[in-house]
Design a protein around this ligand. Structure first.
Ligand code: G3P
Length: 216
């Protein structure tokens, strides 16, 4: 499973890329708003220059014509741009048009297999089931990821699944177990993924034992 960072924070992105494990970034209006008042295009272009892979940026329009106009403009910002289009009926139509123009679409705010079926049929490059938000309303977010992965594999469709709205390491490993192609993780989850108390005590014990032999 590939890992993307779900953030617009430049320092966090630089760190993730430096670690060599982050191959893409996803943003949304909420995530960008956390960076304060910024020049949206400039920020996204800077992210695109840092990241060695797809950078998803969301349209704000809700109607077909607006989404298409916005997406065409955003697609010009950088080579590795992916346009996030919401999983609405207008979003399906916009995705169909954009996919035919070879503009990569991340079909986002996806909460069901039916929505993913339509996104894939429209030609979306990625579909993004929101795991945490499904769990929030008492549904099984990982089950939805698993269903979408199974469906795409069964019909050998090229659309890739980005497990999104990941809230903790357990979500991440569950997404990997059901075969999500990608998990987009917040920076704090990336940091949590490496942590294990036995690694910490193991490192300390090795060092203590080594120092002891050096003293004798
Ligand atoms: O990847 C989608 C994500 O940004 C939404 O996360 O935690 O707001 O549900 P959350």
């Amino acid at each position: 499973m590939r890992l993307f960072l779900d953030t617009a924070n430049i320092e966090h992105i630089r760190h993730g890329v430096r670690l060599g494990v982050i191959s893409g970034v996803t943003t949304n209006p909420t995530i960008v708003s956390r960076e304060g008042k910024v020049d949206y295009q400039k920020l996204v272009q800077e992210i695109c220059s840092i990241v060695p892979g797809p950078v998803s940026t969301e349209v704000l329009s809700q109607d077909v014509a607006g989404m298409i106009t916005e997406a065409r403009e955003i697609a010009r910002w950088a080579e590795n741009i992916v346009v996030k289009i919401p999983a609405s009926l207008d979003g399906v139509e916009a995705t169909s048009v954009l996919a035919k123009e070879n503009i990569k679409v991340n079909f986002t705010l996806c909460f069901s297999l039916n929505q993913a079926i339509l996104g894939a049929a429209a030609g979306a490059t990625f579909v993004s089931p929101f795991v945490g938000r499904l769990d929030d309303v008492g549904e099984d977010g990982i089950r939805v990821v698993a269903d979408i992965v199974e469906y795409l594999e069964y019909y050998q469709l090229p659309t890739q699944v980005i497990a999104a709205s990941i809230r903790h390491p357990q979500h991440c490993l569950a997404a990997a177990k059901v075969g999500a192609h990608i998990a987009t993780v917040p920076y704090n989850v990336l940091l949590q993924m490496i942590q294990h108390p036995l690694t910490d005590t193991g490192i300390k014990r090795f060092l203590d034992d080594w120092k002891r032999t050096q003293q004798t």
